[in-house]
Design a binder for this molecule. Structure first.
Ligand SMILES: C[S@@+](CC[C@H](N)C(=O)[O-])C[C@H]1O[C@@H](n2cnc3c(N)ncnc32)[C@H](O)[C@@H]1O
Length: 184
């Protein structure tokens, strides 16, 4: 499996919002879901995506999206707005779980961890091994204390000197893994 962990500083932790952007930038979570799971016409079943939401009213919330089990999803924003609102209101959706866990609690359970950042080691020179787990910040980036914590368990890697959108980083990493591994 390939895992992505997104740290969302302000992502809202209940379903009481009008749209994703105003919900502490849950639109960034939506964008990352697109590039984590969707190729043209198929879902990447070998991906697990985690979003750790730290916004009001009940932080932290850990959402887990498991590509092996995800059903009834499409690429449009309205579909995901409805799904996120339902799950954050206590409802169920196949392939999605909600846990009351912090970023650091999740990180300490992981092995083979890579923290994505512009000034890390060039990904082209890094052996990603089996079942790699990639950590990303949101539109602001990872808070320093959480980055330091994650670096106790993994290493910093870079896909280039330009700061890319979090969603683009996931797309690029998926692309690199497509060419390195024999993925379905
Ligand atoms: C929109 S960027 C955040 C930009 C923010 N100014 C910063 O410095 O972190 C979102 C996340 O994408 C990842 N990222 C962006 N560009 C990257 C790059 N060139 N290499 C590796 N990761 C990158 C980082 O994890 C970053 O926290």
């Amino acid at each position: 499996m390939i895992e992505f962990i997104l740290f969302s500083r302000k992502g809202r932790t209940d379903g009481n919002f009008r749209n994703l952007r105003e919900a502490g930038r849950l639109d960034v979570v939506y964008q990352c879901l697109l590039t984590a799971f969707f190729t043209s016409g198929a879902i990447r079943r070998d991906v697990v995506f985690h979003a750790i939401l730290n916004g009001p009213p009940h932080p932290p919330v850990h959402l887990v999206f498991d590509g092996r089990k995800l059903r009834d999803v499409r690429t449009d924003e309205k579909t995901w707005e409805d799904i996120l609102r339902k799950v954050l209101s206590g409802g169920a959706h196949q392939g999605i779980e909600l846990h009351k866990e912090s970023f650091q609690e999740v990180i300490r359970t992981k092995r083979n961890l890579f923290i994505l950042e512009e000034n890390g080691e060039d990904i082209n020179n890094v052996n990603l091994g089996e079942n790699p787990v990639f950590v990303l910040g949101d539109q602001v980036g990872l808070p320093i204390k959480d980055e330091k914590f994650a670096l106790r368990f993994g290493t910093k890697i870079s896909i280039g000197k330009k700061p890319y959108l979090a969603m683009s980083c996931i797309d690029i990493v998926n692309y690199i893994l497509d060419s390195r591994l024999k993925r379905e």
